[in-house]
Write a protein that binds this ligand. Structure first.
Ligand SMILES: C[S@@+](CC[C@H](N)C(=O)[O-])C[C@H]1O[C@@H](n2cnc3c(N)ncnc32)[C@H](O)[C@@H]1O
Length: 340
């Protein structure tokens, strides 16, 4: 039987930390991260310290909302600090763990904002989406990154895919809630195994985002079913195989010269750096793209752990900057494999 620790938050009494997951993470992450794991552990196990950024929906009116956020002490994230930062993307942060209420889905009404972990904007920004480009969001549900991509530019075509049918329905609802009809006309939502899209649509997209299924460190720590949690830990070692297959499919779907961003919300080296190193070692038409400039320019808002890679960043949560875990890697496809 598993012992359960109570989450430290007063307001989160329903959340219980799963001891078996915590022990497993302690073993792995104290080895992989060293001392910083103690701070990260404190944040991950204390939902009262978690922060939620507010991403405004550029398709909904938000002048009053912005005024309100300023009054509450929120400030704009990334203002002018990144090489690529579209003016149309507006994300607000509070220095304290304040959480705005989520808006209810109402048919015919666009939502004004999306609550998210601010680090999840990094993979979206790394993709540098421009108007008119064809983009694939390979693992898209519940849709946070698709919505964020649409704050950056008006793509020529956006293909959002999700394999799990329940989550696919949520994805559709998210897009309905945030995207106006004219823009929905350039969006396709599919329910496919992402591993098959590369063969079905070779060399189709200018940009591909692989926000991969991973061991989601935050949610795994609060698994309420201990048997399920134990089973997940055993199956964890299979995730890199799935992640690699998704990446290989994404590479096929990418046009020569196109950009690929891979992200996860785990600290696990096996699912992050090792997966990307394997792609770089096995695909001669793929090269790393340096992300260190992004890390340098947003070190005020995010804490990064060393990854040993120029093309890979790992955001780790810290008190007052409780964003992440989020790993982001950026790759470029040089040419088609057919030419080799
Ligand atoms: C990290 S989540 C994506 C989160 C999403 N990008 C967002 O920002 O809201 C990973 C998703 O991949 C989906 N998934 C798992 N296996 C897949 C596969 N073979 N093909 C496509 N999607 C898959 C999962 O169901 C899950 O919804």
């Amino acid at each position: 039987m598993l012992t359960r620790l109570k989450a430290k938050s007063e307001g989160e009494l329903a959340k219980q930390i799963c001891r078996v997951v915590l022990d497993h993470f302690d073993k792995q992450y104290s080895k992989e991260l060293g001392d910083p794991w103690n701070t990260v552990r404190d944040i991950l196990t204390s939902p009262s310290l978690w922060q939620y950024a507010v991403l405004l929906n550029r398709f909904g009116y938000h002048f009053e909302l912005e005024k309100d956020l300023h009054l509450k002490g929120y400030r704009r994230l990334f203002q002018g600090s990144l090489p690529y930062y579209p003016k149309s993307m507006k994300c607000y942060l509070s220095g304290t763990p304040d959480r705005m209420a989520s808006e209810k889905h109402q048919v015919g009404n666009l939502k004004k904002y999306y609550l998210l972990n601010a680090a999840s904007l990094l993979p979206v920004l790394a993709l540098e989406l421009r108007d008119g480009e064809k983009v694939l969001d390979l693992c898209a549900a519940p849709g946070g990154k698709s919505v964020s991509l649409l704050q950056c530019a008006w793509p020529g075509f956006l293909h959002c895919n999700e394999y799990d049918s329940l989550r696919w329905r949520r994805l559709r609802q998210t897009l309905e809630s945030f995207v106006p009809q004219p823009l929905r006309n350039v969006i396709k939502v599919s329910e496919l195994d992402g591993r098959e899209i590369g063969d079905a649509q070779p060399e189709t997209f200018d940009k591909v985002l692989v926000d991969a299924p991973c061991s989601n460190d935050r949610s795994w720590l609060f698994s309420s079913d201990t048997q399920k949690a134990t089973c997940r830990i055993h199956q964890r070692r299979n995730l890199p195989v799935l992640q690699l297959e998704l990446l290989r499919s994404a590479i096929k779907a990418l046009c020569p010269g196109g950009l690929l961003v891979y992200s996860t919300c785990t600290l696990s080296k096996a699912e992050n750096q090792d997966v990307i190193n394997e792609v770089l070692n096995s695909c001669s038409n793929i090269v790393p793209v340096d992300l260190r400039e992004i890390a340098k320019n947003c070190s005020q808002d995010f804490t990064f752990a060393p990854t040993g890679q120029e093309c890979g960043l790992l955001v780790i949560p810290e008190k007052g900057k409780a964003w992440g875990p989020m790993y982001v890697a950026k790759l470029k496809k040089l040419h088609s494999m057919k030419k080799l």
